[in-house]
Design a protein around this ligand. Structure first.
Ligand code: ADP
Length: 272
C-alpha cells in the first residue's frame, strides 16, 4: 500500500512553553510493497514519524495518505489507519502476556470480530510467516528464546493482516545469528507477502542489505533520501550530515556486495 506524506509538521505540546517541533516539512512517497529504511541520530524524529504513519500521533499540519485513508490535523478517526499499519516497537516481546503462544497471537484478530475458526487460521498462517513451528503453539511465550519471543510478538501483529509493517530496531539485543535470522525473516515477509516495510535501524549495514529506499532524518527534516546507491553516491550531502566514517565505510562495503560497479571506498575518507 502506497504511503504519501505531504508537508508534514509535528509539534509536541503546541502553543505551550514546552512546544517542540519534532518533524518539519516532511515530504515522502513510499511505493506500495517497497522496503524503506529510516536512519538518523537519536532525537532526529524517527519515532515521531513512525507513530504518525501508524496513526498514533496526528499531524500538526500537512497530511498523510495511506491507500485511500487521508489523515490531516482535523481527522477524528484514526482507527482505520491503525488497522492498515502494524507496528512492532522496540522489544515488542515485553508486551507478551498470554499463557500460550497461540493465545498471544490470537489476541489482535480476536478483537476484529472474526470467528474462532478464522482466528485459528490467522494464528497458523502468522506462525508460518515468522518461521515458528506449530509445535510451539501451546508453549508459554515466556519459556521461549529472545528471538522466538520477538517472532511471537511480530506474528501477533501480522495476524491482523496489516498492509504496512513498521519495525523499530527489530534486531536490538539479539546475538549476531539472531539478528541475521530476524532480518532474513523480515526480507521474506516483504518479498512473499508483498508488505510495505518501514524499518527503523541504527545499523547502516542492515539498511544497505535489505532496503530499496533510505530516508535519513536529521533534526526533524529529511536530510537525504533515495536508493542506497543514490544516497551513498551523494558525497556532498553526506558530508554535511557528519555521519560516522567507520559506519559509512561498513555500509559501503555491505552495499558493494550487491553493486556492479562497486562504490569507491575512498569516497568518504576524512581529512583531519
Ligand atoms: P528519534 O526516534 O529519532 O530518537 P523522536 O521522534 O523520539 O526521535 O524525537 C524527535 C524530537 O522530539 C526530539 O527532540 C525529542 O526530544 C522530541 N520529543 C519526542 N517525544 C516527545 C514528547 N512526547 N514530548 C516532547 N518532545 C518530544
Amino acid at each position: 500500500m502506497e504511503i504519501v506524506i505531504e508537508d508534514l509538521n509535528v509539534i509536541y505540546h503546541p502553543g505551550t512553553p514546552f512546544a517542540k517541533q519534532a518533524l518539519t516539512d516532511i515530504n515522502l512517497r513510499v511505493a506500495s510493497g517497497s522496503f524503506v529504511a529510516l536512519l538518523g541520530a537519536t532525537g532526529s524524529g524517527k519515532s515521531t514519524l513512525i507513530q504518525t504513519v501508524a496513526g498514533l500521533i496526528k499531524p500538526t499540519s500537512g497530511q498523510l495518505r495511506i491507500g485511500n485513508q487521508v489523515i490531516t490535523p482535523k481527522s477524528k478517526q484514526l482507527s482505520e489507519l491503525r488497522r492498515l499499519v502494524g507496528v512492532a516497537f522496540q522489544y515488542p516481546e515485553h508486551q507478551l502476556f498470554e499463557e500460550t503462544v497461540e493465545k498471544d497471537i490470537a489476541f489482535g484478530p480476536r478483537q476484529q470480530g472474526l470467528t474462532e475458526e478464522q482466528v485459528a487460521e490467522r494464528v497458523e498462517e502468522a506462525m508460518c510467516w515468522v518461521g515458528l513451528p506449530p509445535s510451539l503453539k501451546d508453549r508459554s511465550p515466556l519459556a521461549l528464546s529472545g528471538g522466538q519471543m520477538r517472532r511471537v510478538a511480530i506474528a501477533g501483529i501480522l495476524a491482523m493482516r496489516p498492509q504496512v509493517l513498521i519495525l523499530d530496531e527489530p534486531t536490538a539485543g539479539l546475538d549476531p545469528r539472531g539478528q541475521r535470522e530476524m532480518m532474513d525473516m523480515v526480507g521474506r515477509l516483504h518479498r512473499e507477502q508483498g508488505l510495505t516495510v518501514l524499518l527503523v535501524t541504527h545499523q547502516m549495514e542492515e539498511a544497505a542489505r535489505y532496503a530499496e529506499q533510505l530516508v535519513i532524518l536529521s533534526e526533524g527534516r529529511i536530510a537525504l533520501t533515495g536508493t542506497p546507491r543514490e544516497v551513498f553516491g551523494n558525497e556532498q550531502a553526506l558530508s554535511r550530515l557528519k555521519l560516522d566514517v567507520p559506519e559509512i565505510t561498513k555500509f559501503i562495503m555491505a552495499l558493494n556486495r550487491n553493486l556492479d560497479p562497486p562504490l569507491p571506498l575512498t569516497l568518504f575518507s576524512v581529512e583531519e
